[in-house]
Design a protein around this ligand. Structure first.
Ligand SMILES: Nc1nc2c(ncn2[C@@H]2O[C@H](COP(=O)(O)OP(=O)(O)OP(=O)(O)O)[C@@H](O)[C@H]2O)c(=O)[nH]1
Length: 364
């Protein structure tokens, strides 16, 4: 839009202003203005000087006649004849005086008055009028130029304001879009987080698995034992606190090698790149042991004084079917740990397992 206005302004300037400038300068440099009259008058004055100051011999007559011829030829133009009524009689007077000079007749003061001063007066009138006309053209030109300058200034101002307006609208739009993008990103991030513990939720787990398409992965499911009893004896706020502490403990134990999710209730899941069962075994073992070392008190645990985990794990290939199979295998492993008395782990594929009694023994 700004460019269109600018283009119109330039077109206006070249189409309408340029001819004005052209007209002015062509008028100023026009020989048919006042300049021919001035020169003609000069020649007439020179001839008058010859006639008045020199003895009027044949040579002086000849020179005076020559000056008059020159004056005549510059005086005798259409513009002067058509526009100034004094031109034709003056030319006739000049003609008459030239003839008398050529014929060698005596030149009287009356002849000079009629034949030279009359035309000089006429030429002066023409000069004055032409100069006036030139002043008028100049004044009009100056006025036009001032008007055009004003228009250009206003046009530039309009373009500037329009540009400013467009920039402001564009900036507002950009900020709006940026804010909307930011909000939707935040919303998406929130939709993938568990608000209580801050770790990912079940949807995040699904997304992360699909993002690793075709890779060998490991899934560890971790379920708190007798959490209902924990809540019942200490209250839900303490239960929430325990969930947050356990999320931290699991994360620290896996030391950045796995991503952690809360599947809901008291169950967590850890996802890691893994093509070796031994890695899973190592992680499961460390999780159960670390929780024992932490020794969170569980006043209503039927088999221990502290909080315990049941852990099931399996390896799978990261695609939709592979994940379903891996999840089912890990869940079944977890169920078996529960059935075996809890506080232990099983890695599904290898069927390796540590039952609670063995771990208890290891811990003394
Ligand atoms: N404090 C708290 N409790 C929760 C939350 N979500 C689920 N629970 C409780 O977790 C408990 C899970 O109970 P169960 O599924 O029976 O599991 P459990 O008591 O650990 O029993 P086992 O898994 O068989 O050892 C229920 O009492 C739920 O109310 C939560 O966000 N905060």
């Amino acid at each position: 839009m700004s460019f269109t206005v600018l283009l119109l302004l330039v077109t206006y300037q070249t189409r309408w202003v340029y001819p004005d400038i052209h007209a002015y300068f062509s008028q100023a440099g026009n020989l048919t203005g006042q300049q021919l009259a001035t020169r003609s008058r000069d020649y007439l004055q020179e001839s008058l000087e010859i006639l008045l100051t020199e003895p009027l011999d044949a040579a002086a007559r000849q020179r005076a006649h020559f000056q008059m011829e020159l004056a005549y030829s510059l005086f005798d133009i259409g513009l002067y004849r058509n526009e100034y009524t004094c031109t034709r009689p003056s030319l006739s007077e000049l003609d008459r005086l030239k003839a008398r000079l050529q014929a060698g007749e005596a030149i009287t003061p009356a002849d000079l008055r009629e034949g030279v001063l009359g035309p000089v007066r006429c030429l002066t009138e023409i000069e004055m009028h032409q100069l006036d006309r030139r002043s008028t053209v100049t004044a009009a030109f100056v006025e036009d130029t001032r008007r055009h300058q004003g228009q250009v200034l206003i046009g530039s101002l309009v373009i500037f304001i329009l540009g400013l307006g467009f920039w402001w609208m564009h900036e507002r739009q950009r900020r709006h879009a940026e804010r909307a993008t930011q909000e939707s990103l935040e919303w998406m991030a929130r939709a993938l987080r568990d608000p209580l513990t801050g770790v990912g939720n079940r949807s995040a787990l699904h997304e992360d698995v699909l993002a690793c398409q075709g890779q060998p992965m490991g899934l560890i499911l971790i379920d708190i034992d007798f959490f209902k009893q924990y809540n019942d004896s200490l209250g839900h706020p303490d239960g929430d606190w325990l969930l947050r502490r356990l999320a931290l403990l699991i994360d620290e134990t896996l030391s950045g090698q796995a991503r952690l999710y809360r599947m809901g209730g008291d169950e967590f899941a850890a996802l890691l790149d893994c093509d070796d069962d031994d890695v899973l075994v190592d992680h499961c073992e460390r999780l159960v042991r670390r929780l024992r070392v932490a020794g969170f008190q569980h006043p209503s645990h039927p088999g221990a004084t502290h909080v315990t985990f049941s852990v099931g794990a399996a390896r799978f290939i990261a695609d939709r079917a592979g994940f379903e199979a891996g999840y089912t295998a890990a869940d079944q492993a977890l169920y078996r740990v529960k059935a075996n008395g809890r506080d232990g782990w099983i890695v599904a594929e290898t069927k390796r397992m540590s039952d609670s009694s063995e771990l208890d023994l290891e811990n003394g």
